[in-house]
Ligand binder design. Structure first.
Ligand SMILES: Nc1ncnc2c1ncn2[C@@H]1O[C@H](COP(=O)(O)OP(=O)(O)OP(=O)(O)O)[C@@H](O)[C@H]1O
Ligand SMILES: [Mn+2]
Length: 267
């Protein structure tokens, strides 16, 4: 199929770098002579240029966008680099080639959310996972909402007040621990926000956030929970992860802005 060969040759011609998504060892070694950035959950192939994926990003566009933002942020590629991305969509091996310019995407800040927040990336990932699971299953079959404020916990506590006794008062428990995830889901039935420290310690449940909402610009149609989430991330160095009871989506806010929107059903 010479036509196809020609097409593929053109597709990858003159690229500045190759982004390899979760490559196997042999796949990586084949390309090791090129300018390669590996993107994946782990750096199994011990690549020098590596961007860690904190989520699976089922949607290839989201996955590529995250990888490219990470590659630019690390300085592995220029902001206007011409890139070839190799990824697996259907099988266990790379089956998809995408040609993309690094400036193709409006900067979404999704990479920055994980890599450059006060809280540890793994803590942010664990909280997102809890929110996504809660969104999938709800509480006893009913849709449920939840608000998690992650990082800069001292300041967040100063800008909030308790709605009820704090079940985490004297405990030293962390997100990611399976028991704690069950507790978070259980307590999400009641009002208010969870406050989580940079390192993932659950500081409090049932906090009513009272940040100044000045200058916060969140999409119309979102209510008080989302407004409080956006505002607290402008007023402090925390990020916020919200599960909406009404539309079932999980959203992340940083510096007063909506950065990420996920449909739990897609994960
Ligand atoms: N300032 C706040 N701090 C903490 N929790 C809040 C705050 N404001 C609202 N909430 C919580 O959000 C819940 C839902 O409020 P509301 O419906 O106005 O928010 P929303 O943004 O529309 O969220 P949803 O999409 O889940 O309905 C409230 O019952 C309360 O538990
Ligand atoms: Mn509402």
């Amino acid at each position: 199929m010479t036509g196809l060969d020609e097409f593929l040759e053109e597709l990858v011609a003159d690229a500045d770098a190759v982004c390899l998504f979760s490559p196997g060892k042999s796949h990586y070694e084949t390309l090791a002579g090129d300018d390669v950035v590996v993107v994946g959950p782990d750096n199994d192939v011990e690549a020098d240029a590596f961007v860690q994926l904190p989520l699976e990003f089922e949607d290839l566009r989201d996955r590529i966008r995250f990888g490219v933002e990470g590659a630019v942020d690390h300085g592995y590629v220029d902001e206007d680099a011409d890139l070839v991305c190799l990824a697996k969509v259907f099988g266990e091996d790379a089956d998809t080639v995408a040609r993309v310019r690094a400036d193709e995407f409006e900067k979404s800040g999704v990479y920055d959310l994980f890599a450059n927040s006060r809280a540890e990336p793994s803590v942010i990932r664990d909280v997102l996972e809890v929110a996504v699971e809660l969104g999938k299953k709800g509480q006893k079959g009913k849709p449920v909402g939840a608000l998690f404020v992650v990082g800069d916990a001292g300041k967040v506590m100063n800008k909030s007040r308790p709605l009820s006794y704090n079940p985490f008062e004297k405990s030293h428990v962390h997100v990611g621990d399976p028991i704690v995830n069950v507790m978070l889901k259980e307590f999400s039935r009641l009002d208010g926000a969870f406050v989580i420290s940079d390192s993932g310690k659950i500081v409090s449940a049932y906090r009513y956030l009272e940040p100044s909402a000045e200058g916060v610009d969140i999409p119309k149609g979102l209510g008080a929970r989302h407004m409080a989430a956006g505002a607290i991330t402008r007023d402090t160095n925390a990020i916020a992860i919200v599960l909406s009871e009404s539309d079932g989506l999980v959203r992340a806010f940083k510096a007063g802005e909506l950065i990420l929107e996920l449909d739990p059903e897609a994960y």
